[in-house]
Write a protein that binds this ligand. Structure first.
Ligand SMILES: [Zn+2]
Length: 304
């Protein structure tokens, strides 16, 4: 039984408050993970447009207590308040992530723009998002990132073209059941995709009255021997208000004998036998507790 923890950092508050708390917690438990940080400005306030475009967005915001989770200021960034830079606001934190042995990859440049507009962005516009993110990363770290996790699990053919062109070693852009090479009936992208396989806490909290403890029980029950699962957590959520529940989840996972693996190490294992990788199409799908659609692995085995 293995579990890769993918930690998405979408906002300034998640970066400056959630990341240090998660680093301390992971050090205490001896766990190595994969962090993906949005490199550009925090435009979280612009997500308010989803009220009109994403069915179920308001319910999700209310159910998860979004104002408490993110704070009032975050909900104004990019609207009545300017959007502050995320990664560049505390470059030393990126170095702390890698110094502690965690993996560090890109979670886009402008998280909200990617999540809400990717399907309308031209290939040059997608390329610009990735080049801007990589530029910030290189300025801070001195070398380019090799892994990319799409904001909001939004992935298109244009995004795949750009990620191949920019030579990313692997991506974690979608929701699915196992690693694959994205394809259409006519073509296959030579890009390893390692999808998130488990539901996230912010999707399930409050859904049918679920508590943090209920969520933890469901995750534990999903970890089966012989499988490598991928759980995405959010620095804003598990690194702040729900830190106690997350700490308890990690204890229970370790008690069960599950081994933690970084996505980069998993990718290296998978690239050793590329001929064994399955091919799967990427298609929009709806998941319980998430507003709008996300990009999902879709093949003969079904869609996740
Ligand atoms: Zn994100």
């Amino acid at each position: 039984m293995r579990l890769a923890l993918k930690i998405d950092v979408d906002t300034l508050v998640g970066f400056k408050e959630g990341v240090p708390a998660l680093l301390a917690l992971l050090a205490q438990k001896g766990i190595k993970t994969s962090f993906f940080v949005a490199m550009g400005p925090d435009h979280s306030g612009r997500a308010i447009r989803r009220l009109f475009t994403h069915k179920g967005f308001l319910q999700k915001m209310l159910r998860t207590g979004a104002p408490r989770l993110y704070g009032f200021k975050t909900m104004c960034y990019g609207t009545i308040l300017p959007g502050p830079p995320i990664a560049a606001s505390a470059p030393e934190l990126l170095h702390k992530i890698t110094a502690a042995g965690h993996e560090l990859g890109l979670h886009g440049y402008d998280h909200v723009r990617w999540q809400d507009s990717l399907s309308r962005l031209s290939t040059p516009a997608v390329l610009k998002e990735i080049i801007q993110a990589q530029k910030v990363f290189v300025e801070i770290m001195g070398y380019p990132a090799v892994s990319f996790a799409a904001p909001g699990w939004q992935c298109t053919a244009a995004a795949l073209d750009v990620l191949v062109q920019e030579k990313f070693y692997y991506c974690s852009n979608t929701r699915g059941y196992g690693p694959y090479l994205p394809c259409t009936p006519d073509r296959t992208w030579p890009l390893l995709e390692i999808p998130t396989t488990l539901p996230t806490m912010d999707e399930l909290l409050g859904l049918n009255g679920r508590t943090g403890a209920d969520f933890n029980r469901e995750i534990l029950a999903s970890l089966k021997s012989g499988q490598t699962q991928v759980l995405t957590i959010h620095a804003e959520v598990e690194g702040r208000l729900y830190a106690a529940e997350f700490s308890s989840l990690l204890d229970q996972i370790q008690d069960k004998g599950v081994k933690f693996i970084r996505l980069l190490d998993y990718a290296q294992e998978l690239w050793r036998y590329p001929e064994l990788l399955e091919k799967a199409e990427v298609a929009p799908g709806r998941l319980p507790g998430r507003a709008g659609t996300v990009s999902c692995q879709h093949s003969k085995r079904g869609t996740v």
